[in-house]
Design a protein around this ligand. Structure first.
Ligand SMILES: Nc1ncnc2c1ncn2[C@@H]1O[C@H](COP(=O)(O)OP(=O)(O)OP(=O)(O)O)[C@@H](O)[C@H]1O
Ligand SMILES: [Mg+2]
Length: 259
């Protein structure tokens, strides 16, 4: 049995009368790719926001790596080793790729006062993090872009920068909110290789995604959310064969031919 790294129990979020997440329970196995799928507005991003301290829950409990992190603030969740990317990229367009990646490590980098005191140690730390960032950029195919402004990069590459920024703090669990959105076929393939590579290194991935081709190929396990509720869960073959899943998508105008 793979140990559970993230245990979500009865998690809920209401926005006024909208039950965006309704008593969702999930057990995310360590070192695997767990995908969360569901039609637009199903509550997937809200779920990520609840887990990462962006939103306070209306009920439920979240245990991460043996710790109760329910409604913990974002910086504590990140420090505990759970980081995320955003559905609508949040990069600094007028900073370079390297600078954007280093933003992901800001809490690890020495503050100026401390650097003055620590001197050499602080320099070494900064150097270490830059080296790690360069390594990540290489893994993500961004070496040549390190000193380019993010705003000058094609969209697909910008999305890779977001992943690099999330990884620079060396998380144990990475939540990705639609990383394949807006990518062309070649870029999706590349993303697939990257996700598989991260899993091979032992990272746990939670993949929120609409690209079923990608999900069905990389996910070890899939949960399906519809109207805030979990309606199905299983391995790709089980989920694909579940009539309630097809119905959820068809009811929302899912175009099967696209996927
Ligand atoms: N801050 C908010 N205030 C009010 N309602 C919200 C808020 N955020 C999300 N919602 C509502 O909660 C529901 C779930 O939204 P959410 O963004 O989580 O869906 P999603 O599954 O991520 O959709 P998509 O696939 O389109 O990204 C929707 O009905 C949405 O309108
Ligand atoms: Mg979303």
């Amino acid at each position: 049995m793979t140990p559970t790294i993230l245990a979500i129990d009865g998690l809920s979020k209401n926005f006024g009368g909208v039950h965006a997440v309704q008593s969702v329970s999930l057990e995310i196995p360590a070192g695997r790719i767990f995908s969360v799928i569901g039609p637009n507005g199903a509550g997937k991003t809200t779920l990520i926001n609840l887990l990462t301290g962006i939103l306070a829950s209306s009920g439920g409990k979240v245990m991460f790596d043996g710790r109760d992190i329910t409604d913990s603030p974002a910086h504590l969740v990140a420090a505990a080793g759970m980081v995320r990317t955003f559905q609508n990229g949040r990069l600094f367009q007028r900073l370079t790729v390297m600078e954007n990646v280093l933003v992901g490590a800001h809490h690890l980098l020495p503050q100026s006062v401390w650097s003055a005191i620590l001197g050499g140690a602080a320099k070494r730390r900064t150097h270490e993090i830059r080296a790690r960032a360069l390594e990540l950029l290489a893994t993500l195919g961004l070496t040549d872009d390190a000193e380019r402004l993010v705003g000058a990069l094609p969209y697909g590459r910008q999305r890779m920068v977001e992943i690099a920024r999330a990884l620079v703090s060396q998380p144990t669990l990475l939540l990705l909110d639609e990383p394949a959105a807006g990518l062309n076929t070649g870029e999706v393939e590349r993303l697939r290789g990257i996700l598989e590579g991260l899993r091979a290194q032992g990272l746990t991935l939670v993949l929120v995604e609409h690209n079923m081709g990608l999900v069905m190929r990389v996910a070890d396990r899939i949960a399906v959310i519809n109207f805030g509720r979990k309606i199905a869960e299983g391995n790709p073959a089980e989920v694909r064969a579940d009539p309630s899943v097809l119905e959820a998508y068809l009811g929302h105008g899912y175009r099967h031919a696209d996927h």
